[in-house]
Design a protein. Structure first.
Length: 217
């Protein structure tokens, strides 16, 4: 069955570069980003892993844990880490899941059930280029699937985390291209009477269904 936003993130046990984990226990009371890679020693993924390592303090500030996955053994991940450090300036400073048997890739619907471990090229593992954002409630909040030739934009991942964390606390939504500190939209489920209490600063309403107000603090 396909995984959808709002579903519970499938739990699994796996070996990582930082030891054995139970995924749900590893998440704890934090948010989590699981981002996957089709094969070790691949060029685009090398840049992504280094970028994520450099940006880790920004995720830490947001109470977000990072975990990577690649469809190769953990020992290969450790050797790859040296290349990433030398070419990108920073080695991965978060766990990397070994998924040579494609167990997690299949569990998260990145690959079809009939995919054969050890007999697939990076191109055949194309859909193992995904991002899952998972909340402290273990529910899938966002899914992104990338093509092989396009590196991921991790600034966008931070942006959507900011939006989801804000909208989980306040009855608002964020408009197109919203960034931290920008105006927001009052949720449609909030009546005007309730909005007056929740948003005493008021709002602009170019249409009755489009009520724009300052970002709550």
């Amino acid at each position: 069955m396909a995984l959808r936003i709002g579903d519970e993130a499938p739990n699994f046990q796996a070996q990582t570069t930082e030891g054995q984990i139970d995924f749900h226990q590893w998440i704890g009371d934090k948010w989590a980003v699981l981002f996957s890679h089709p094969k070790d020693f691949t060029p685009v993924c090398t840049t992504e892993l280094g970028t994520m390592a450099r940006m880790k303090p920004e995720f830490d500030k947001r109470n977000v844990k990072i975990i990577g996955l690649s469809a190769d053994p953990v020992d290969d991940h450790k050797r790859w880490s040296n290349d990433i450090a030398e070419t990108q300036g920073t080695a991965p400073n978060y766990p990397m899941i070994g998924d040579a048997d494609l167990k997690v890739a299949k569990l998260y619907d990145m690959l079809p059930a009939e995919a054969t471990p050890g007999k697939r090229s990076a191109a055949e593992n194309a859909t193992v280029r995904t991002v899952f954002i998972i909340g402290p409630d273990r529910k899938v909040k966002l899914m992104l699937f990338y093509p092989m030739t396009t590196g991921r934009n991790f600034d966008e991942i931070l942006r959507v985390i900011d939006s989801m964390q804000l909208t989980s606390k306040h009855k608002v939504a964020t408009p197109a291209n919203w960034k931290q500190g920008g105006d927001v939209i009052i949720a449609g489920s909030v009546s005007d009477d309730d909005a007056k209490k929740l948003f005493p600063q008021g709002w602009k309403a170019p249409r009755p269904y489009l009520r724009i107000t300052q970002q709550p603090k």
